[in-house]
Design a protein around this ligand. Structure first.
Ligand SMILES: [Zn+2]
Length: 68
């Protein structure tokens, strides 16, 4: 079964088969968003990437979640 493993900028909230949900996490100030994003779990050696601006400290944070 594939699994999403956060590299940076994300906390995995839930995983259900091929779907996972994560919360944005700022690596600079540690703030974690309350709303979750639901996306497909990346396959092995693939990566889900995104980015967001932290509403608390303004850090431009990259989101990387790898598949295992
Ligand atoms: Zn921040």
């Amino acid at each position: 079964m594939k699994k999403g493993v956060p590299i940076q900028g994300a906390l995995i909230a839930n995983q259900n088969g091929s779907q996972m949900s994560y919360n944005n996490k700022c690596e600079k100030c540690g703030d974690t968003s309350r709303s979750a994003h639901t996306v497909s779990v990346p396959g092995p050696r693939q990566k889900y990437t995104n980015n967001f601006k932290c509403h608390k400290c303004g850090n431009q944070q990259r989101v990387e979640i790898k598949g295992e």
